[in-house]
Ligand binder design. Structure first.
Ligand code: PLP
Length: 415
């Protein structure tokens, strides 16, 4: 008899952001003539830059040519893209990696959640709190979260990031086997500096833990001293897997392309049938998994990603990222003027607003929607430590940001 995976039954029926979307839809239904400005979503707003669309067109032409047509792509991705990644994202920044450490993905959401499959079911998972909700949901789906008690999962270690610790989690006092970290963090916008990352790498080494390092917004970092990759830290190749995506930096949310780095140095202890201990290579395990569960990434997407590394492509996407960061700065100032405590927005496209006067995240969400017709994302969507905050995204069109700022200026918040 077929029955449902129990771990899936533990999940809430609705994905966390759906409740926000239903609330906005309900408001719009009641007020069909009001123009809502969406500052809640993390999807990009600007179109693809010309160098990328040119690359897509010529890749499509290649696919239409009987001599140059491509079928399935190589399982780890085309060498032309992996070589560009190696050269620009790592070698040019002083990091040594090997081409076979790089796995091209169709964006990192699937890799960063599926990666849990290669760890033992007993592994204790730690998640930054607040953070991208998929880490926690994947942990629940994988059967490692335990039971939900008082809004918390019993077997998950919440790496609490609050205003008291500058939104950076403390090193845990217990052993955590697999650790999700994100820098710049979604939603707080905070980045890990070198010293913090060194502490995590050293913790992982001492405890035989693996860090899953999400750098989805890494290219938005403007601070010249901040690490853009965990591999800038000595020893990280032995303890960290890194996930990078073109989604936010180059508007690839619809194209789909990113990559996962699993250095060959990364090996964990594994007990064999006869009870002896061996080192298992995570790089080999992941490759083995992909052979059975992955059909490669579209040639056209990979050619599009390659174009990002050309001087012209880079210049064009830098302009777009600067535009989003400017939006973030303006929105930061607008909320600050209203008397809120505001964080993030400097090395990241998100700003993180603390509620005042005992308002809950939903209270501010509702007030912002009903008074200004602006949407944000309530902080609790990102974990229990997000309660009492609201995330505002700067991925918005110029006219929308301009109008949002005018509405915020006119907002009589204390009325
Ligand atoms: N990681 C973080 C922190 C994100 O915010 C997102 C998307 O919003 C992703 C990963 C997923 O990225 P991708 O589009 O590459 O799947």
């Amino acid at each position: 008899m077929a029955s449902v995976n129990r771990s899936y039954r533990l999940l809430n029926n609705k994905f966390i952001f759906d409740s926000v979307a239903s609330r906005v839809a309900a408001y719009q239904k009641l007020h069909p003539n009001k123009k809502i400005i969406p500052l809640g979503i993390g999807d990009t707003a600007l179109p693809l830059v010309p160098t990328i669309t040119d690359a897509i067109h010529s890749a499509a032409d290649e696919m239409a040519d009987k001599e140059r047509f491509k079928g399935y792509s190589p399982i780890q991705g085309y060498d032309f893209l992996r070589r560009s990644i190696l050269e620009h994202d790592f070698h040019a920044r002083g990091m040594e990696l090997d081409i076979d450490d790089i796995f091209i993905s169709e964006g990192i959401q699937s890799d960063i959640t599926n990666i849990l499959e290669i760890f033992s079911p007993e592994s204790v998972v730690g998640v930054m709190d607040p953070s991208y909700p998929c880490y926690l949901e994947a942990t629940v789906m994988s059967g490692r979260a335990g039971e939900q008690r008082g809004g918390l999962w019993s077997d998950v270690v919440y790496l609490k990031s609050s205003v008291e610790n500058n939104f950076l989690p403390q090193i845990p006092s217990e052993v955590v086997d697999v650790i999700y970290l994100c820098s710049p963090n979604n939603p707080t916008g905070v980045i890990f500096d070198r010293c913090e990352l060194e502490r995590w790498v050293s913790y992982a080494k001492c405890n035989n833990s693996i860090i899953l390092f999400d750098v989805a917004y890494g290219e938005f970092i403007t601070d010249p001293l901040a690490p853009r990759s965990i591999y800038e830290i000595k020893g990280a190749k032995e303890v960290a897997i890194e996930f990078r995506t073109y989604s936010k930096m180059a508007g690839f949310t619809g194209i789909r392309c990113g990559y996962t780095v699993i250095p060959k140095e990364l090996a964990i202890n594994h007990t064999t049938e006869n009870g002896s201990t061996e080192k298992a290579s995570l790089n080999k395990l992941w490759l083995r998994r992909l052979c059975s569960k992955h059909g490669g990434v579209s040639f056209i997407s990979q050619r599009a990603a390659e174009a990002i590394y050309s001087p012209k492509g880079r210049e064009e996407i830098e302009r777009n990222m600067a535009f989003y960061l400017k939006n973030a700065e303006r929105l930061f100032i607008a909320f600050k003027r209203l008397g809120f405590e505001v964080y993030g927005g400097v090395n990241s496209p998100f700003i993180w607003i603390k509620m005042r006067d005992g308002l809950t995240s939903w209270d501010l969400f509702d007030r912002l929607l009903s008074d200004c017709q602006i949407t944000g994302t309530p902080g609790h969507c990102f974990g229990p430590s997000g309660v009492g905050y609201l995330r505002i995204s700067s991925f918005a069109k110029a006219l929308d940001v301009e109008e949002a700022i005018q509405r915020l200026k006119a907002w009589k918040i204390d009325k």
